[in-house]
Design a protein around this ligand. Structure first.
Ligand SMILES: *Cc1c(COP(=O)(O)O)cnc(C)c1O
Length: 409
């Protein structure tokens, strides 16, 4: 059978031209399609570790890099490439690489772009494992890290040194939803010659595009909202070609690459990302407003509320406020635990970015590695509860939290 290769190549080129002017919702569905000679409509999974060459000369050219094309799936894989092209298009980046996890994305970025003697300033208010990666592991290799509260940009400026190579932050922060001014951080990074790396896990490109505000690199835990249904672990690094090719070089050599199956799940997840993020945001805003009116609730943290100090900035910088909120219940750990244990529908798990809503007590789980003193400095008190709001009907989520509140009596 002769396969109409040329025809498909022509169609794909026309598609690429058409997509150059397309909206993000279209890119989420159409970007990065590598249709094979079979003409399949849905993206296939290329479950292959290696690739064959037409001749010994071609093999040599592939290995030397003279000829583009696949060699081995630690380097490149068509399904992973679909995910990479799609997430790059959504973030507005020149290039992306998929990684085995969100932590692998952060590690690969650091290993590719830092060296012994470099200095990093990292937000105090990042994912706990990220703090550990910088403080415990990179420190061993001579990368020095200064940790600064997310909102204290003056302290970031004071912490700068000639050898500062990277500023690393997450916005909005977990679990208090503090919002950093990305354009101001990008200016700080430019003035100091450091790279600004933003973990865009909580907003995803559907709500916030850090590269368009001047960040150099976006990292993702695809495990969260990009998958959106809690199935696979993965990550991504997005940015300028010159930076991402360094990260790809690290991945090729050191191996924390994304699996084709996981890439396929993420490709499918991205197709519904903007719809899901809008729905997560709508549910979370309604739940936050309701929580604010409950007598047993001392305070609610959600940037969509006018009462939140980051509200105006978030309204400018994000297109919606995302799916994660937290609140302080009147009392201490005992009341928080009783409330959590009293719920039935919410899943008691630390994961987020799922259609299923989750509830967690940060002080004794996600932030338990911090000392009591560090927790009080960061506002993670014993009566704080975080809810990652899913896509169930919001009235059922209210009723479930009401069950938790009833358990306090
Ligand atoms: C979960 C998470 C990570 C780590 O991602 P994994 O896929 O679990 O390795 C990094 N940053 C943030 C903000 C996260 O929520």
């Amino acid at each position: 059978m002769t396969l109409p290769d040329a025809m498909h190549t022509r169609v794909d080129q026309q598609l690429e031209d058409a997509l150059a002017a397309a909206h993000p919702d279209t890119l989420a569905i159409r970007a990065g399609i590598q249709r094979s000679q079979e003409g399949e409509h849905s993206e296939p999974i290329y479950a292959t570790s290696s690739y064959v060459f037409a001749s010994a000369a071609e093999a040599a050219a592939r290995f030397s890099g003279d000829s583009p094309g696949n060699v081995y799936s630690r380097y490149t894989n068509p399904t992973v490439r679909s995910f990479e092209q799609r997430i790059a298009a959504l973030e507005g980046g020149e290039q992306a690489v998929g990684t085995a996890s969100g932590m692998a994305a952060i590690l690969s970025t650091c290993m590719a772009l830092l060296k012994a003697g470099d200095h990093v300033i990292c937000s105090r208010d990042v994912f706990g494992t990220t703090s550990n990666l910088f403080g415990k592991y990179l420190a061993r290799f001579g990368v020095e890290v200064t940790t600064v509260p997310l909102l204290a940009i003056d302290q970031w400026r004071e912490a700068l040194r000639p050898e500062t190579a990277m500023l690393f932050l997450e916005t909005p922060s977990n679990p208090l939803c503090e919002v950093a001014d990305l354009a101001a951080f990008a200016q700080l990074a430019r003035d100091s010659g450091a790279l600004l790396v933003v973990d865009n896990c909580f907003c995803t490109p559907a709500l916030q595009q850090p590269l368009s505000l001047g960040a150099d690199i976006v990292v993702h835990s695809a495990t969260k909202f990009l998958d959106g249904q809690g199935r696979c672990v993965g990550g991504a690094v997005v940015g300028r070609e010159e930076l991402i090719s360094e990260v790809l070089g690290f991945l090729r050599t050191c191996g924390p690459t994304m699996s084709p199956f996981n890439a396929w799940v993420f490709v499918k997840g991205l197709e519904t990302l903007s719809l899901r993020m809008a729905a997560h945001s709508q549910n979370a805003l309604e739940l936050a407003r309701w929580l604010e009116q409950q007598d047993v609730v001392e305070r609610v943290y959600y940037a969509g509320l006018e009462s939140h100090p980051g509200h105006e900035l978030a309204a400018r910088q994000q297109s919606a406020f995302g799916g994660v909120l937290s609140f302080k219940i009147r009392g201490g750990q005992e009341e928080a635990w009783r409330c959590i244990d009293g719920t039935r529908i919410l899943s008691l798990t630390a994961n987020l970015g799922d259609t299923k809503s989750t509830i967690v007590h940060p002080a004794s789980t996600t932030h338990s590695r911090l000392s009591a003193q560090q927790r009080s400095a960061t506002g993670i008190s014993d009566n704080l509860i975080r809810v990652a709001v899913g896509l169930e009907h919001v009235d059922d989520l209210k009723a479930d939290l009401q069950r938790g509140f009833a358990a306090l009596k």
